[in-house]
Write a new protein. Structure first.
Length: 298
């Protein structure tokens, strides 16, 4: 891979992905409408990075994608915690942007790597594979599933190779502040009792560098028009992470259904294996949050 486009470049995973691509000497065009971003400032000095500070709907995406080997579509304006409001308007907006992405790379042999989520499954009982029924229970999962379906429908028509990656909760330095791990770590550092908002996905927790590795492998693999569950390989990782952060059992959210998402397909076909142990990843995230608190003087 010599050149790639990353939508949502100023986001949590987007920033880490751009950094990895640049480390691999890939020319990166990052697209995001963020008004200001400390993350972008950190990588903007790199000679191989071009930042398009604009909404995807407004920018010349076809021009940006010219000569690219891969387009990583991470941009999403819906959060897992968003309520079921204006469903039709929200879906229409996202599908319009995704269609523009697909039209920009049709017939160009640019591989699309799409970041989806476990949310497409909803909450099920027992083991879940890529072929298991999908039944999203939040707006975020519904949007992700709808976008997956559009990719599958148009990829053949537009002759687009693609890989869809269904991710669990992704944690690490820069994780959104409303995420459970961030809340628990910040409360611990401030010596305050945590007030936790439960992540939608409690089936697994994946360190951000491992999430980026799955994207790198998906782009490099010969496999195309495939869907993969990405898993940490660590049993009950999300719950164990909170235990490591000394969150009292009474504060831990209880799950009525035990869903186990299987990541065997990604391991066998992409060669994906998460490398960062949970304790090590949490230590890195804690160090990052501590540095941020010190800069703020809190």
């Amino acid at each position: 891979m010599k050149k790639a486009v990353v939508t949502g470049a100023a986001g949590f995973i987007g920033y880490h992905l751009c950094s990895r691509l640049l480390d691999e000497e890939v020319e990166v065009i990052g697209i995001d409408s963020a008004e200001s971003s400390e993350r972008i400032d950190m990588i903007a000095r790199h000679a191989g990075f071009t930042y398009i500070n604009d909404n995807i709907a407004a920018c010349r995406l076809d021009k940006a994608a010219r000569g690219c080997d891969a387009l990583f579509h991470l941009a999403c304006q819906v959060k897992p915690s968003d309520p079921w409001e204006e469903i039709e308007k929200t879906a229409e907006k996202h599908l319009k942007i995704l269609k523009k992405v697909l039209e920009a790379i049709k017939g160009k042999k640019v591989k699309l790597i799409y970041a989806s989520a476990y949310d497409v499954y909803g909450k099920r009982q027992g083991e879940v594979s890529e072929s298991s029924p999908r039944n999203p229970e939040n707006l975020f999962g519904l949007i992700k599933l709808t976008e997956e379906n559009l990719i599958i429908d148009l990829a053949k028509k537009y002759k687009i190779p693609y890989v869809i990656l269904r991710l669990p909760t992704v944690y690490g330095p820069g994780q959104p502040e409303d995420s459970t791990y961030h809340q628990a770590i910040e409360a611990r550092l401030k010596r305050k009792p945590p007030v936790l908002r439960k992540d939608n996905i409690t089936e697994d927790a994946l360190y951000v560098d491992d999430a980026v590795e799955s994207m790198w492998l998906a782009a490099a693999a010969k496999k195309q028009r495939e869907i993969y569950n990405i898993h940490s390989g660590q049993k009950d990782a999300w719950q164990r992470g909170l235990q490591m952060l000394k969150v009292k059992p009474s504060s831990l959210p209880k799950e009525k259904r035990k869903m186990v998402v299987k990541g065997d397909k990604a391991a066998e076909e992409l060669g994906f294996k998460a490398a960062v142990p949970l304790r090590e990843g949490l230590k890195k995230q804690m160090s990052h949050i501590l540095s941020h608190l010190k800069r703020e003087g809190t």
